[in-house]
Design a protein. Structure first.
Length: 73
């Protein structure tokens, strides 16, 4: 017998407030986890694709330059 999950909306007025993001994590710790989640196509990763990430200005410039580079043939 297969188990079935039923999801019910929270009653009005009982929704939990969203806490602001305030957890700091090293990029070196984060990237391997995200890479594995994407490679294995974990669905939960899609829930966070619209989330914003704050990076330092120097990393942002490096990422912009990297994105503009095209691999040579």
């Amino acid at each position: 017998m297969a188990l079935q999950l039923r999801v019910y909306p929270a009653p009005p007025g009982e929704e939990e407030p969203i806490a602001p993001a305030n957890v700091h994590i090293r990029l070196g710790d984060l990237l391997p986890l995200v890479a594995v989640a994407q490679r294995r196509n974990y669905l939960w990763l899609r829930d966070f694709l619209d989330d914003e990430v704050v990076v330092t200005s120097d990393l942002y410039e490096v990422l912009r330059a990297f994105r503009a580079c095209r691999p040579s043939a």
